[in-house]
Design a protein around this ligand. Sequence first.
Ligand code: SF4
Length: 444
Amino acid sequence: MNLIPYINPLSDESLKIVSQNSNLNETFEYNNGLVDTINRSSNQNLESSHVPISIGDLAIKRINWYIERKNNKNYKLSDYSYLFNKDILKFDVIAFHMLAQAVATKFNISSRETKLFIESEGSLILDRLNRLLTNERQDMVDSILKQLSITQGSRWTILKDIIDNRNLSLTNLCINNGEIILSKEDFLNAYNDKFHNRRPESMYDMLVGENLKEQIVSNMIMLNTENYIKMIKEKSSFVNIHSNIEKLGSDVEKTISEEMTKYSTFYANANNFKIGKLIREAFPPCIYNTVNGVSSGGRNDAIVLLLTSFVSYARLYPGIFASEGGVKVSDIDKNLVITENEILPLIYEAADNCTPPLFEDQPQEKINIISKLGFGMHDSPDLNHEGETKWYTPMSCEKIKMHLPQLCKADKDCKKINNPLSCYGIKKNRLIREGKIKEEEKKN
Ligand code: SF4
């Protein structure tokens, strides 16, 4: 069996599989061949909730797998063994292409959903390679590099885009006269007489090695996946979207939202960080001073950068620094009710308390506040724009002391912390212990 499509779903072989076997009308229909393959996957958990029965189900399970693997400390490989059964290849390639269409037509290219799909592909490639026999794995990587036109004599600039994306560092590459060295043979030809007291073969393993080649393969396929999504997106404005692709897009949105809510709650509750009403009495001195109004020096940064990020995370996701991030406001505040009724009013109140009031002379700062919440450059939060910008994480004490020193009036709770969120947690927990916070204020 030609295994290239198992690793590269965008290869010519993969496109042939899709054109010969894919039928969008059957996306959610029971697929005997798929179920049979899953039943034959070694160590697979065969409980019905873990067995996808259609290509659409398999596409969603690919997303589930990535989120679980990344976030769940009790993740069980046996729930997803079929993803590492080479016989899944045909079904998996079709699921990948359906997912790409669903993501391209439903989400922005910069959205968390699109990024998550692309990342999941990169991760799946590395995990699959990891499970191949050594020879099989090296042959596969070399074949795919060749297909990607990364061969002996390739200029390093062929990797420029993945270096620009910061997925690969230039310093990880071995470059000789502008050409990338990847194979042991080329390395030995170029440097055999340069090492004394060290075996050149060991130096190759240390400086280049199979791991670098696999990283390049994974990152190049991720980059090609992103370009493929952009291409589908451009074309989708001229064609009718199949109803099953629309349904798959909605399923992806629901799955990611549910999974991430599960883990954001998990992380938010870790280390005694609890999501709950904002308690003004627990604000650290720098935040308290900002809410009471800032005079013109540092006024904009205090409201837009410091307060917006602090208030939104303190209310919705206080455990941000105990997690790997990847959460958006609507994972916790689904209809943006909390954002519109609690978070923005507090920020706007602080803006009004400034001298002069912030929006009086700089109304455009409202757009900057919305953008720092992750909703792009618009004057109000809208779920359709979420992901266009990043939800800005709270400033550290070090940055506040450097850029807004007049606001930092450290008190006893500021010892041994490096972020106002931690100070807020300490103060809030003490108020709870002392019975000074009413029961209803502790709840969402
Ligand atoms: S030490 Fe940190 S939390 Fe405390 S007032 Fe200064 S900046 Fe704020």
